[in-house]
Write a new protein. Structure first.
Length: 562
């Protein structure tokens, strides 16, 4: 299982993995003896709330009274809707301010009636969501709120919220305010089916923990996809394979049977120590004569080719020279054509390494995106001719390659990218095996479609305010004017970065958002909306979006007042 790092925080060194797995994760009134329910009791006690609980058995009632100091009069049964009357009697007919619920069907509706005026019901179960169930609307008239909370969706869409919650929980635990839930049972990972049976029975008190072995290979797993087997008597041609990514791929190929590698360029020692014959041929894939020379000098027939060539010249499109464009595009475009025209048609594989930037774009990389888009299309061209071809659109590689060597991975993470490891990427793809149907890729296409340009065409309260300020400059003296400018900047940035509007706040700086000079130059809507000019350096030096908005307000005020 792979988890986004934003959903993880470091636990105390004094805590075991099993204890960490039993830490509170949510708040619930119902099923109070489960792991979530016991967490609910701790959180409710921490904020000084009066606690009411429901359980499904008398043994659990005794546990809550004895171990959690919950009065017996505050504990009810949740197997039927009789708890509604018990709750209303205990609260003198008022109900409770907060219901944390995972009950479904009629019991969900019963819980909804327990919410007091101005109260909130937080639903963390998903069964009724999936069933498209209905809710009694008349109860909203007394200013009640119903909140659906799906933590998995929050961790996917707004991971920074999960990060903040986890950090606060860890701080509370270290301060002794919260303690790990009791562990009901610990099951070895090999017996996970027994853990699910116990959970289904509902007889446990506390957390059910799955203990992973020290050696993950000891686990029995389902059959994996067959590994590709390279023909030892034939050669594999790698173009641009002497960089970090190319070296990782070459090592992986040798581990899986390749014994003859031909490089168009002097990384040989590691591969030769693994029993592989390595040929180095000087030249450029952009030159047809060099490609012909490389193929002719191969000591064994070439079984396939892998084009890993990459050149970067990042610059905004308006300042990009013809040389910047050709230098980046030529290795992937002309180089691929040369390989296609020179190599025989009976190859086992013809693999092109592309990038996700060809699908979704990156700042200052119009040339690189164009080159990668060509590779995606060229594979279809070869398929129409009945020739083998595959393209792999890689994301950010966190352990090898250009990004790992030259860029701040934390900065890249702020921009919404998740770095992957080279071995994981190759182990999870099948470019050397028989072709499969095309694989679809989803990358927030709906969100990406509404760029800052689209947003700028919508009615804008900032533009209206500035129009009024043109005749009444005194309006700009109000702090509300600064906040409107701040919000406009935050909205433009969120649109451009394809992030949720609420994820960017006035105290954020451009550096904390992972924004560099190329991005600032691309975000033209800010200056167009405000009618002021700010240098890139001035914008990047501002300690926060609010301070930038304040300086813009001051400039506008001085101009209009003068």
């Amino acid at each position: 299982m792979t988890l986004n790092e934003s959903c993880c925080v470091q636990v105390s060194k004094s805590m075991s993995f099993e204890q960490a797995a039993a830490l509170p994760s949510a708040v619930l009134i119902h099923y109070a003896c489960g792991g979530v329910g016991l967490a609910a009791i701790q959180v409710a006690r921490m904020i000084g709330a009066e606690i009411y609980c429901t359980v499904g058995a008398e043994t659990k009632v005794e546990y809550l009274v004895r171990n959690c100091n919950i009065p017996r009069s505050h504990i009810f049964h949740s197997r039927n809707s009789l708890f509604v009357q018990d709750v209303m009697d205990a609260t003198n007919g008022r109900g409770v301010d907060v219901v944390l619920n995972s009950l479904a069907g009629d019991l969900l509706h019963a819980s909804w009636t327990c919410v007091a005026e101005f109260g909130v019901m937080v639903e963390i179960g998903i069964r009724d969501f999936r069933r498209k169930a209905k809710l009694a609307m008349e109860l909203f008239e007394a200013n009640r709120t119903f909140v659906g909370l799906e933590l998995r969706e929050i961790s996917r869409v707004r991971p920074w919220i999960v990060t903040d919650i986890l950090r606060r929980c860890v701080n509370w635990i270290e301060a002794g305010v919260l303690t790990p839930d009791p562990i009901s049972n610990i099951f070895p990972a090999a017996n996970i089916h027994e853990a699910f049976r116990l959970m289904q029975s509902g007889s446990h008190i506390g957390m059910i923990v799955i203990q992973m072995p020290d050696d993950p290979m000891a686990l029995v797993t389902k059959r994996v996809n067959p590994c590709p087997i390279f023909q030892q008597e034939r050669s594999c041609l790698l173009v641009g394979g002497l960089g970090g990514l190319g070296r990782a791929v070459a090592s992986w190929m040798v581990e899986h049977g390749a014994r003859n590698l031909v490089f168009l360029d002097s990384f040989v020692e590691d591969l030769e120590s693994q029993g592989c014959r390595v040929q180095l041929v000087g030249g450029s894939v952009c030159e047809l004569v060099d490609v012909k020379k490389c193929v002719a000098q191969a000591t064994a027939p070439i079984a396939g080719v892998l084009n890993v060539s990459m050149v970067l010249r990042d610059v905004s499109l308006e300042k990009m020279t013809y040389s910047d464009w050709v230098t980046v595009v030529e290795p992937k475009v002309q180089g691929t054509w040369n390989l296609h025209n020179v190599l025989p048609s009976n190859l086992d594989f013809f693999i092109l390494i592309s990038s996700c930037s060809g699908l979704c774009g990156q700042w200052g990389q119009a040339n690189y995106a164009a080159a990668n888009t060509f590779l995606d299309a060229f594979v279809q061209y070869r398929h129409h001719q009945g020739l083998p071809a595959s393209v792999i659109d890689l994301g950010v590689m966190g352990d090898v390659g250009f990004v790992a060597r030259n860029q701040n991975l934390q900065l890249i993470s702020l921009r919404g990218h998740i770095a992957i490891r080279a071995r994981l990427s190759w182990a999870s793809t099948r470019p050397f095996l028989p072709p499969l149907r095309p694989t679809g890729i989803y990358r927030n296409l709906d969100g990406g479609g509404e760029t800052s340009t689209t947003a700028s065409s919508k009615p804008n309260s900032l533009q209206e305010s500035l129009a009024s300020a043109a005749t009444q400059p005194v309006l700009l003296q109000d702090e509300a004017a600064v906040m409107k400018i701040t919000e406009a900047i935050a909205m433009a940035l969120a649109d451009f970065l394809m992030r949720d509007q609420g994820s960017i706040v006035p105290t954020d700086s451009f550096s904390s958002l992972g924004i560099d000079s190329l991005v600032v130059m691309e975000i033209r809507t800010i200056r167009q909306h405000l009618g002021v000019d700010r240098s890139v350096l001035t914008i990047l030096r501002c300690p926060s979006l609010f301070k930038l908005a304040e300086s813009i307000r001051d400039e506008l005020l001085g101009r209009l007042s003068g």
